[in-house]
Design a protein around this ligand. Structure first.
Ligand code: ZN
Ligand code: ZN
Length: 464
């Protein structure tokens, strides 16, 4: 068995010494199929990170342990140039959180603080609830209707495959607190930005506008938000007591963990892929985003095991994404002028199966896009018409005109768990996780070994 393999390797070397490494790379379809059938690296990483570290709130000691964990694992897997690129950031940590209807029907509600929420006194605040269906309705209301009250906003987000409800229906979280504060509200609670009917609130970042006083800002679980609406519909004044005691603990260190599969041809450029290492603190951040960390690392590892690719593959596990893309911004600021990044892509939408691929490849790379598409089609992945945006952490590169590839995952159940205590390992389906690894392996096999130049997509193309 060994002799014929050696003879084949020798023949390849004799025919084309310069490309011996590339010809030793197995067929991309074979790499893809092996990942789909039997990858265990991604599950090991996902299980390890969520078990041995757990929640990884940005800028905290837990996130630092996650970086150390990642350095150990990436080194053990054989990656080169494994290191941490540190940066500073302001850190917000959760305190106590309780909500209670005082009148007319006393009862407790389930609430969690939104990122950067202001704090109530330790014993809480008590005020009348004023309800708005949308942020626009809140904006249109006279300040006198809001001043001193607890604003409550709902939304009509529904589950769907492409997750497109998150943008428009996320406004109560992203903009509601600033608008409510400007109008003199005592606090704000929103219907969680999610699609489940479990009694789990969904946290998530919001940032008060410049000069706006931080007020307490919480999310009610969806059953509790609907309960509050029913109580309000009875027509009597509704009084709520709210306790939220988060704290800003000043600037702390976070960091990005970087690892490489070195290429044979330094002039061919670097492909940057990854996910984010930090998570919210309520669950263990399995789908958001230990999964992306695991998927992209496992795919790069699979290419590395198959022999040196032509291009360097760099895996970046970003810090502090959840609280404002601090890691992605720090990475772009530090490396935007390196001049060697030719392609970017992030996995940050859970671990359910990839159903669509989108790119923003330059017209000169149409053939490369077609080859990637052909490799992904057997996994049930269609080609989308939208331009790739490379995710939160690498989006700045796509906006700057670097080529990007997105592998869109099925988002039908993503927002049932997103940013809740329910984001735990058991929500990941191992077979769908392997399909993700297979898809990223196929993309890396096609692009890292592509004989043609990977061209900048161009700024105009990226913005379409
Ligand atoms: Zn994420
Ligand atoms: Zn998230």
């Amino acid at each position: 068995m060994k002799k014929p393999l050696l003879l084949i390797a020798f023949a390849a070397f004799a025919l084309s010494p310069a490309s011996a490494f590339q010809t030793s790379q197995p067929d991309p379809a074979a790499l893809r199929d092996a990942a789909l059938a039997s990858d265990t690296v991604a599950w090991d990483l996902l299980e390890g990170l969520t078990t041995e570290v757990g929640q990884r709130m940005a800028g905290t000691e837990a996130e630092a342990r996650a970086r150390d964990w990642a350095v150990r694992r990436l080194t053990a897997l054989g990656f080169a140039n494994v290191h941490i690129e540190a940066f500073d950031m302001p850190v917000w940590v959760r305190g106590e959180e309780r909500a209670e209807i005082v009148a007319p029907f006393p009862q407790n509600l389930v609430v969690t603080a939104l990122g950067n929420s202001g704090a109530t006194p330790v014993r809480g605040i008590e005020a009348e609830v004023v309800y708005f269906e949308t942020v626009a309705a809140l904006e249109a209301a006279p300040d006198s209707a809001v001043r001193g009250r607890i604003v409550f906003i709902t939304h009509a987000m529904q589950a769907n495959q492409d997750g497109s409800g998150y943008g428009p229906f996320g406004a109560p979280r992203r903009r509601g607190p600033s608008v409510a504060s400007r109008k003199g509200a005592a606090a704000i609670v929103i219907r969680s930005i999610g699609t489940d009917y479990h009694r789990n609130p969904h946290t998530g970042v919001q940032t008060f506008d410049e000069g706006v006083r931080p007020i307490p800002a919480g999310a009610l679980s969806i059953p509790d938000a609907e309960q509050l609406q029913r109580i309000l519909r009875r027509g009597q004044p509704v009084r709520m007591r709210l306790v939220l005691t988060p704290r800003n603990i000043g600037r702390r260190q976070s960091g990005n963990v970087v690892a490489e599969v070195p290429g044979t041809d330094p002039s061919a450029g670097v492909i940057v892929i990854g996910g984010h290492l930090d998570s919210w603190d309520l669950g263990t951040g399995a789908i958001d985003n230990a999964a992306g960390v695991a998927i992209t690392t496992a795919a790069a590892h699979r290419i590395m095991q198959a022999g040196r690719p032509r291009r360097t593959i760099r895996v970046v596990l970003f810090g502090a994404e959840e609280v404002g893309v601090f890691g992605g911004n720090a990475y772009f600021a530090a490396h935007r002028n390196d001049g060697n990044v030719v392609l970017v892509g992030e996995s940050d939408f859970g671990a359910d199966r990839v159903w669509r691929m989108t790119t923003n490849l330059a017209p000169a790379n149409t053939a490369l896009g077609d080859r990637i598409n052909a490799l992904l089609a057997p996994l049930g992945i269609v080609r989308g018409r939208d331009r790739a945006n490379a995710g939160a952490d690498l989006g700045a590169w796509a906006n700057a005109g670097i080529a990007a590839i997105d592998l869109n995952q099925d988002g039908t159940r993503y927002f049932d768990y997103h940013h809740t205590p329910d984001d735990t390992l058991d929500k990941v389906d191992p077979a769908q996780l392997r399909q993700n690894v297979a898809a990223w392996t196929a993309v890396l096999a096609a692009t890292a070994n592509a004989p043609e130049r990977i061209e900048p997509a161009g700024v105009a193309a990226a913005r379409q």
